[in-house]
Design a protein around this ligand. Structure first.
Ligand code: JHZ
Length: 392
């Protein structure tokens, strides 16, 4: 049974960066539920993916050094571990992962046409949604994938049943599905409620992945915690009859999740109370700084920030603008709250007193890069794990 625990109010699509401020922007109600049967945490009423994954998709996975390096490391690790002859990535974005494979061995699936165009020249790319009919188009009895990789994508597809059935069809007998998504444990621990937005239909745990894979002739046999995106889990899933045995590190993660109460509704209702407090605290801090005539900006026009800005009802009253390195976000306005987005070259300088870390998941990389800003007295604000000004 699905039980609602969090209401994040009226939200625009996190990807809907606006060319100009328009009146009829699309909004939906963002609430999050916990399923007491399979421990799955999900957006209560998901948005139609056709509205989300368009030819205007903004996010570029290779925009941070941290992620470029992380994907390279993961690709090499998986090659060594499984020696796959045929690899497929679901949600290949700008090719940051597949570029570590040879052209002959990898297939990309990417529904956003503008992103698929980036990999099409060098890699076999299907610009389609992942589903059973696409699986049947790509694979047959004699052609199966030894490795299917998908980072920050499976959690985005509402129809989990069809997704996993299509995976089961496409894998070779000992083939492995490796998925990586933000972990529920980290979200709860760090109060990062901004991991909930329209695209993050699910925030998985090893507990929920164990339950849902069971239903579709698959099983979770291994998992590892990784630092990516503020704390993620990489799950290793195989066919029911495959050779893999359940690992000790998976058992440990499951034990830890049970200890944190990720199988109990109470954990989530408590989280919801902390989220309300975070909203109050952030408003209070920004208000105080603004009263003291401080210049505040936001660093990184993240999708996560869409949730924060719209839930906390904060916009140009506090922020002069948002800086972002992504070319196709610059010159636009943030979804819902319409804060202008500029390049760091234009907007990140000594006139800024405080920068809210929209991209808090890259805190280490950003602090290292922005040494001069800090040296000159600039400060960062974060809301993760609680609202504070960072001590430099
Ligand atoms: P970042 C997106 O979410 C959307 P977002 C998606 N749904 C998802 O799941 C995750 O990615 C994986 C900029 N930046 O990665 C670049 C700087 O400006 O946290 C990006 O626009 N300067 C697919 O948007 C943004 O910040 C910097 O120094 O929440 C980071 O976005 C760095 C490091 C980044 O994901």
């Amino acid at each position: 049974m699905k039980k609602k625990f969090l209401n994040l109010g009226k939200q625009p699509l996190a990807n809907s960066f606006l060319q100009s401020i328009k009146k009829n922007e699309f909004f939906y109600n963002l609430s999050v539920s916990f399923d007491t049967k399979n421990y799955l945490v999900s957006v209560t009423n998901p948005v139609n993916p056709k509205k989300q994954y368009t030819d205007q998709y903004a996010h570029r996975a290779s925009e941070s050094k941290t992620m470029r390096e992380a994907f390279k490391k993961t690709a090499h690790k998986l090659k060594k571990k499984f020696s796959p002859k045929l690899v497929m990535e679901i949600g290949s974005n700008d090719g940051v992962f597949i570029k570590n494979f040879s052209k002959r061995t990898v297939i990309a699936v990417e529904p956003c046409k503008n992103l698929a165009a980036l990999t099409k020249k060098h890699f076999k790319t299907y610009s389609n949604f992942w589903n059973k009919s696409l699986a049947k188009k790509i694979f047959n009895k004699n052609k199966k994938a030894d490795l299917i990789f998908s980072a920050n994508t499976i959690s985005h597809i509402p129809n989990i049943k069809e997704t996993l059935e299509a995976v089961e069809y496409s894998l070779s007998n000992n083939g492995v599905l490796v998925i990586e998504d933000p972990s529920l444990q980290s979200v709860i621990k760090t109060n990062s409620y901004d991991q909930f937005y329209d695209e993050h239909v699910y925030v998985f745990s090893a507990l929920s992945i164990t339950e849902i894979t069971k239903e579709y002739k698959l099983r979770l046999f291994d998992a590892e915690e990784v630092e990516n995106h503020g704390g993620s889990i990489r799950y290793y899933i195989c066919k029911n009859k495959s050779k893999y045995k359940i690992t000790n590190r998976l058992k440990k993660i499951i034990a830890k999740e049970k200890k944190s109460g990720l199988n109990k509704f109470k954990t989530f209702s408590n989280f919801s109370k902390r989220v309300k407090k975070s909203k109050k605290d952030l408003n209070r801090l920004l208000n105080k700084l603004k009263k003291n005539n401080k210049k505040i900006i936001s660093y990184g026009a993240t999708y996560k920030s869409t949730t924060v800005f719209n839930y906390c009802n904060i916009g140009t009253k506090y922020f002069d603008y948002v800086t972002d390195t992504t070319l196709n976000k610059q010159g636009k306005f943030t979804p819902g709250k319409h804060i202008p987005i500029v390049s760091p070259e234009v907007g990140f300088n000594d006139t800024v007193d405080y920068a809210f870390l929209g991209a808090w998941n890259f805190k280490k990389e950003i602090i290292k890069k922005e040494k001069n800003y800090i040296k000159n007295g600039g400060k960062f604000i974060t809301h993760v794990p609680f609202v504070k000004i960072l001590k430099n």
